[in-house]
Design a protein around this ligand. Sequence first.
Ligand SMILES: Cc1ncc(COP(=O)(O)O)c(C=O)c1O
Length: 374
Amino acid sequence: MTTIPRRVWLEIDLGRLISNYRKIREAVAPAEVLAVLKANAYGLGVLPIACALSDAGVTQFGVAEPYEAIQLLPLKGTVQILSSILPEEIAPMVESDVVLPVTDLESAKRISEEAVKQGKRGVVHFKIDTGMGRLGILMRDAESVIRKAHSLPGLDCQGIFSHFPSAYDTDSLLTQSQVHDFCKLLDLLAQSGITFSKRHIANSDAINNFPCAYQAPFNVIRTGINLHGSFDTAGHRALRLDPILTLKTRLTAIRDLPAGTGIGYGHTCVLKRDTRVGVISAGYADGLPLALSNKGYMLIRGVPCPVLGRISMDYTVVSLKKLAAAQIGDEVICLGGEGEQAIHVEEWARLKGTHPYEIICSFGNRVERRYQNA
Ligand SMILES: Cc1ncc(COP(=O)(O)O)c(C=O)c1O
């Protein structure tokens, strides 16, 4: 079958991904870096991202659930589920040597029983809820649950970890108290001889805002969004990282429209004067936030072309007032680019009233992922 060039593509710069990884590794050393690659590496395509990181020396990968874990098994290193495990998922995960979270005594017992049945010990990390309020062993129960689980025959209790809900806020008292409580728990357990070779709490926010979260007793950090050169919009940036994404499409039509023409659904833009417009081949199905309607801009031949009217599913209309030289087929940068004109993930997030994670995870299925500078 003939290969049809795609209209919309996302260029993912693996060279920059690796340089971001090295900057993070240097900043948190001697702590090790665990790459968080859940949700298909935040939608970017897990295998190319994981292979590039693996080639650069990453040996620990974190995911949200078993389907994601299985995809990473061919890599060198450990694959770890960071969230929770359902009873029926335990057997195949133990069989595949995936590192599992212990979120309560029941899950610890189930994993141990299964591991004994398989003639091995299941490697686990205790997940402690120090304040995230989502999953994990509550602080008040942690000591007793861990003591009991520690004596189970089928567990290799390698690690212990927790997660921050608001480490983007440099002054967050909650984050400070989470670190304090976690360290107190480690001390308490150590007094009765229970120690862990992997201890982790920091996400990207904490790397930038809370050095105490990657210094002793912590010796691993978990990062996702910083690898992509993006940051939580609310947080301070300590690291100088480079964005790795450029979303591109093509100009599919150039039209001279008379004053008074309404543009797109709802006619949210009515032209005040005769205007040359361009129709670009990308819309909200490709991940362009509807919030760019009448607000955002696209770069054509390096010139910012403002969005006119409402973004539709497949197309977006832009003004070509400042770009007489535009030609049908011109490459259009929807997101990314270099220098002052560059359009950042954080800017789209601000316009949409969301965070960069949602922007990165929202590129559509028909958007081809193209990997560069491997
Ligand atoms: C448990 C856990 N650790 C680490 C991360 C990585 O977060 P970030 O992408 O902010 O570094 C996540 C992502 O949400 C997570 O759920």
